[in-house]
Design a protein around this ligand. Structure first.
Ligand SMILES: [Zn+2]
Length: 597
């Protein structure tokens, strides 16, 4: 795979000629790993308006159109601005290997390297279930284990299902623009195998003015559907939110909820469950968040989806043997988390009393998806581990980690009972700065809560009741409780207690636009004002905790799981799935492959 450099020389010489224009940017970006046969948009952004006659773009020394099979459109003035771009939609490369792309405008030259990889000829797994604990960090994991499993002799007597897997890796989550990722570009890495930037789904982040015009990459949903497989996404966030949206969406802006609903519809995804119904309803419907009069509820129904808006309806639809497509929308916002749904009945439980939890959604999804004999890909998200960590509400985040573990346990049982041919991957999309540092013991003398915190041997063990059949202690406000702390936070009152009346709202924006501690919590006995360590003014101001750039844990079992080990890029998770399902189209017989190149 030798690269011809001769044509480069004039371009390199021309670099000496002064020019204020920036060098070209080439998408996919360098170091991209591209699944053989998968679709991607090829784009070269030039730094100025270029002379088409001077433009030369090669891949491994050949004109790019020979390698990609077609020519691109040269936009003389992209978006009416003073720069040109070359754009080729839906390109693909079948032959595995290293590819060097060089783009010259006659003055400046830039290059990137891609790796195109094939997959085995035959799938080793029939199905894949990808579990995403949004924001799930080591601290949440350990806390869930402490609350959900008993200990004896300093050892846990049982393991969490998320931990008890034969293969484990650390994943780095960094993106193309930053060392800190959000849930969009993190989930995008899993569903496309490409890196991207904050807020982006299914696209590289280019300079395109319209959020829907950026260079796209193919999703696992599209690849699996091309194979005739079924695909599902279930979550307890709004279904348009970043992680489920990453299964189908192509947008630079994760908040394009109305476009994302259309993308779900167009993708023909088979099972879709979560909250967020207002973006499915025409603007004429009270409570709608759509800007148009399209009724997506009706459209989904006309496309043979069963609609469920309560757990009861979901169970009935899943049990109906004729159901092959299911849309479940159980809340106008996010579905309530486990602590509110099962114990405290706060949040929106009074308004939506019949919502399923994530394990129940997953069980229904498995029933429906497994009716497709060609197998399925299912993404299951416990979304509020992240949301409750943003709101500095440790107990709610821990209960939703226990819920996540329960879903994984059920999936493992299902896989065992259904042929042992399901690859199960369990991970987070990013982490939070969260740690178990000890306990808080109300029995300690005095009124200062700070001095009731126990560290080292004073931490001892919390006194939550033994977990119920689902793994949850049925009482969270015990006298000796876990102290899970956040390392990055806005101004807030630290109460040292669970929030029994609903999710913590730590910080509000005052009249001057400054983020200040929510005074509502000031009078709670022992509450202490914590001056934040995050920006509180201007464009960077934060009213919540933030993601961290720490690696996340990936555990895996089932056919193909042995590829999970060591330290990996988050994009490699996509490759593990693609290889297990043999998603690359197979190569033509070797004798027919050209020996040139
Ligand atoms: Zn988040």
């Amino acid at each position: 795979m030798r690269i011809k450099l001769s044509f480069l020389l004039p371009a390199l010489c021309a670099l000496a000629v002064s020019s204020t224009a920036m060098a070209q940017t080439i998408f996919p970006l360098t170091q991209a790993d591209i699944l053989s046969g998968s679709h991607f948009d090829f784009k070269v952004e030039f730094g100025a308006v270029v002379d088409p006659a001077q433009v030369k773009v090669t891949i491994n020394g050949q004109d790019y159109s020979k390698v990609l099979g077609k020519s691109a459109e040269l936009m003389a003035r992209e978006d009416g601005k003073e720069f040109s771009s070359l754009l080729l939609r839906d390109a693909s490369i079948r032959k595995p290997g290293l590819y060097t792309v060089i783009a010259s405008d006659g003055q400046k030259s830039a290059s990137v390297n891609w790796r195109v990889y094939a997959t085995p000829a035959k799938p080793v797994a029939k199905n894949v279930i990808l579990f995403v604990g949004d924001g799930l960090s080591i601290g949440h994991r350990t806390a869930a284990r402490i609350l959900s499993k008993s200990m004896a002799g300093g050892k846990f007597t049982d393991k969490l299902a998320i931990d008890d897997m034969p293969y484990m890796a650390l994943l780095s989550t960094q993106g193309t623009d930053s060392i800190i990722t959000d849930s969009a570009n993190a989930a995008h890495a899993y569903t496309t195998g490409h890196k991207s930037c904050v807020n982006a789904l299914g696209v590289y982040c280019s300079r395109a003015a319209n959020s829907l015009d950026h260079p796209k990459v193919e999703t696992i949903t599209s690849l699996a559907k091309r194979r005739g497989m079924a695909v599902g996404a279930v979550t307890n966030s709004e279904i348009e939110d970043a992680t489920p949206a990453a299964m189908v969406a192509h947008t630079r802006r994760r908040s394009d909820f109305n476009d994302i609903v259309k993308m779900f519809y167009d993708s023909k995804i088979d099972v879709l469950m979560g909250g967020g119904s207002p973006n499915f309803l025409p603007k004429s419907t009270p409570g709608s968040k759509r800007a148009d009069d399209v009724n997506y509820i009706d459209l989904f129904k006309q496309a043979d989806y069963k609609l469920a808006i309560t757990k009861t309806e979901m169970l009935a639809a899943a049990d109906d043997a004729t159901t092959s497509k299911l849309l479940g929308l159980y809340n106008t916002g996010n579905v309530d988390g486990a602590l509110d749904l099962k114990f405290l009945k706060k949040g929106s439980v009074a308004k939506f009393p019949d919502q399923p939890d994530v394990p129940e959604e997953m069980a229904a999804a498995l029933k429906v998806l497994s009716r497709n004999k060609k197998g399925f890909v299912l993404m299951v998200e416990s979304a509020r581990i992240d949301k409750y960590s943003h709101s500095l509400d440790p107990e709610r985040a821990i209960y939703d980690t226990i819920m996540f573990d329960r879903a994984v346990k059920q999936a493992r049982d299902w896989a065992k009972a259904n042929g042992n041919n399901t690859l199960i991957l369990v991970t987070a999309d990013h982490s939070h700065a969260v740690s178990v540092v000890g306990t808080v013991n109300d029995e300690e003398p005095g009124t200062e809560m700070r001095n009731k915190v126990g560290t080292y041997e004073q931490a001892g063990f919390p006194n939550y009741p033994a977990p119920d059949a689902e793994g949850y202690p049925n009482k969270v406000d015990v006298s000796r409780r876990l102290r899970l702390t956040f390392g990055a936070y806005p101004d807030h009152y630290d109460t040292f207690r669970p929030f029994m009346d609903g999710e913590f709202v730590p910080t509000l924006r005052n009249a001057e636009g400054v983020m200040v501690a929510n005074e509502k919590y000031k009078t709670i006995p022992g509450a202490v004002l914590r001056e934040g360590n995050l920006p509180n003014k201007g464009a960077r101001a934060s009213n919540s905790g933030v993601h961290s750039g720490d690696d996340v844990v990936l555990t895996a079992m089932g056919p193909g799981a042995e590829k999970v080990h060591g330290q990996m890029e988050n994009t490699e998770l996509f490759r593990v799935m693609a290889e297990a399902l043999a998603l690359a189209p197979q190569q033509v017989a070797k004798a027919k492959v050209s020996k040139k190149q």
